[in-house]
Ligand binder design. Structure first.
Ligand code: SF4
Length: 238
């Protein structure tokens, strides 16, 4: 039988997710996520787009937390699950599967049987932004959701931040969660950077597996795999 604490954290995460899904705080993003669904391309003509904020997804007892930027307009904004149905997700789930964090290497739709093991995926922003570029006030609006999600994930030991915005957001949430660290300075984002946030929690920075990075070779599969190989090592030793 599942221990009581696990059930409680699952229940609280479910309550938080219900709150996230009904959020309409950023007018520009609400308009955009719904407009994208109305003007869907031919290849997705049969899809009933999610067109709402996308909550986190994964194992409530996870030691690995992956933080992305935001849902893609025709990816998670279509399917309703983080990194599901787009090229970035292809990279991410293939790599998570390789290091034992997912039960399959692909993620196509919400009911495809994919399960994360010891891993939870979330994002700095829950609604798809136009051109994948969020405004500062939108990131600020959404940050409280990450803060609450993180506090409900009591076993997190390693955080992988995908891209500069995710990295900066994780550090802001960290400072908010640890008042004594409010003035602590941190290095600038750099792929492969490893930062001990606390003696028990390490932050790893990675380029985002966006097409802009993967098509140009800025991020290669060996580079991306090295991040998750290190994440696996750290979850086993911290
Ligand atoms: S981005 Fe976040 S705060 Fe803004 S509407 Fe979406 S869920 Fe709400």
């Amino acid at each position: 039988m599942m221990p009581r604490d696990n059930r409680l954290s699952e229940q609280r995460l479910a309550e938080l997710h219900a709150e996230i899904v009904s959020c309409r705080r950023c007018p520009r993003l609400v308009r955009w996520r719904e407009e994208v669904a109305r003007r869907k391309p031919k290849r997705y003509a049969d899809w009933d787009y999610w067109a709402k904020p996308v909550p986190g997804f994964g194992d409530p007892e996870a030691r690995l937390l992956v933080v992305g930027l935001a849902p893609a307009a025709h990816g998670a904004n279509r399917t309703g699950r983080m990194f599901t149905g787009d090229r970035s997700g292809d990279w991410l789930y293939r790599t998570l599967h390789r290091f034992g964090f997912a039960n399959r290497p692909e993620s196509r739709q919400r009911d495809d049987g994919l399960a994360l093991r010891d891993c939870y995926i979330t994002a700095a922003l829950r609604c798809a932004p136009p051109q994948n570029i969020p405004r500062p006030e939108e990131l600020q609006n959404c940050r409280a959701f990450l803060e609450r999600e993180w506090s409900l994930l009591g076993n997190v030991r390693v955080i992988v931040a995908l891209g500069q915005i995710a990295y900066a957001t994780v550090l802001k949430v960290f400072r908010a969660r640890h008042a004594r660290e409010a003035s602590r300075s941190f290095p600038r984002f750099q792929h492969g950077l490893e930062l001990a946030l606390t003696p028990r929690v390490t932050l790893l920075a990675s380029f985002h597996p966006s097409q802009q990075n993967t098509f140009t070779g800025k991020l290669t599969e060996p580079m991306f795999e090295a991040i998750f190989r290190r994440a696996r090592e750290l979850t086993e030793t911290q």
